[in-house]
Write a new protein. Sequence first.
Length: 134
Amino acid sequence: RFWQSNMIIHAVSGTLIVLETIVAGVFGVVKHGAKATWHTIIGFLVLAIAIIISVYGIFAWYYQVKAVKKTYTIRAIKMVHRVLGYAVILLARVAMTGGVFVYNDNDPDPRRSILGIMDCVFFFVAWGIMELIF
């Protein structure tokens, strides 16, 4: 019943996530330079995977809406889309945690570490609750 509206929300939010990742990457490189930290490397890996996820999402939507009798193809594309989605979520958390450590080296305020840890804990608790509910 809500499939169409859920797909629109999913597509819009996915597009915004990819755009935000691109903008954050560009601003980070412009502001701090392209330093080879694990935060930067994983961040660009997240960007590449997010773009791939978007492409798979388009294919998944197309095959699901337009294709007839291609259930294996649809399931395979949706599975890749889902697995890459979970992978990019986890990699993004690693990249963000790396960012906390990089910025703590520049300004070793203990409040920054606590905020980074609280952010990770809150995120994984919220993610677990959402997985249980939906």
